[in-house]
Design a protein around this ligand. Structure first.
Ligand code: NAD
Length: 256
């Protein structure tokens, strides 16, 4: 379905981003990976799916590096047709204790990076009159949770950016939508399970059940594979007129 298209997925060396990269690769898209840590392993897995793959190590808190990454993707594959703004970090603390440096980093990586990457790819998409921008927000783009001020602010912000980007391109073949997952068991969430287990003296299993039970009626994690399939749906012809939605895949979290 996506043969000949190029997808750039930020923060795709791990977790949800990697799951979305694999789903798009299975549809034949060329893949540009980004993120920290090992990238040779994820690159090899994407190549094994038969897709062309490249990697750029831009730090998503740095606008000049984001611009260089988009240029790299365009030079490597000729265009960027699908942009998935996914890179994100978390820090948990009450507002009065929140480290200023963590606030700034979360706003930069979870929100401003999506603006910088979108700004860089939109002229190319507009020329082609086709494009998909998928912002990985969170159920925290729709509702709040205590001790997550920067994250919730950034995720509500990216839902707003999604709507405006969709509206500005509403008469074109470019759509912009947000995906709002509940809990997904990635390294970002495992750290929160570990913190709960340590603070309350619980086993990993008990801390996991507590974490799910507090928020997610289904008592199930959403998987990177399910989120990948939703991204593929947004890229399909069925998604041609889906514009500016914030689509939760959260086990009923926001329905409460
Ligand atoms: P993860 O920690 O597994 O992956 C995060 C990715 O972002 C990694 O590839 C990491 O290297 C990259 N990254 C971090 N800082 C970066 C930077 N400065 N520059 C470039 N890359 C950077 O986390 P995840 O759970 O897969 O999260 C991915 C996205 O999904 C985030 O935006 C997160 O907020 C969102 N999300 C996650 C959950 C969840 O439950 N895991 C729920 C809702 C939303």
């Amino acid at each position: 379905m996506l043969k000949g298209k190029t997808a750039l997925i930020t923060g795709s060396t791990s977790g949800i981003g990697f799951g979305i990269a694999k789903a798009l690769a299975k549809q034949g898209a060329n893949i540009v990976l980004n993120g920290f840590g090992d990238h040779a392993g994820p690159e090899a897995e994407i190549a094994a799916l038969g897709a062309k793959v490249a990697y750029h190590g831009a730090d998503m808190s740095k606008p000049a590096e984001i611009e260089a990454m988009v240029k790299f993707a365009q030079e490597k594959f000729g265009s960027v047709d699908i942009l998935v703004n996914n890179a994100g970090i978390q820090h948990v603390a009450r507002v009065e204790n929140f480290p200023i440096e963590r606030w700034d980093a979360i706003i930069a990586i979870n929100l401003s990076s999506a603006f910088h990457a979108s700004r860089a790819v939109l002229p190319v998409m507009q020329k082609a009159n086709w494009g998909r921008i998928i912002n990985v927000a969170s159920v925290h783009g729709l509702v709040g949770s205590a001790e997550k001020s920067a994250y919730v602010a950034a995720k509500h912000g990216i839902v707003g950016l999604t709507k405006v980007t969709a509206l500005e391109n509403a008469k074109s073949g470019i759509t912009c939508n947000a995906i709002c997952p509940g809990w997904v068991l990635t390294p970002l969430v495992q750290k929160q399970v570990d913190a709960k287990a340590e603070a309350l003296g619980l086993s990993n299993q008990a801390a996991t059940e507590l974490l799910l039970g507090e928020k997610e009626p289904s008592m199930q994690f959403t998987t990177p594979e399910e989120l990948g399939d939703l991204a593929v749906f947004f890229c399909s012809a069925a998604g041609n007129n889906i514009r500016g939605v914030a689509w939760n895949m959260d086990g009923g979290w926001a329905a409460q």
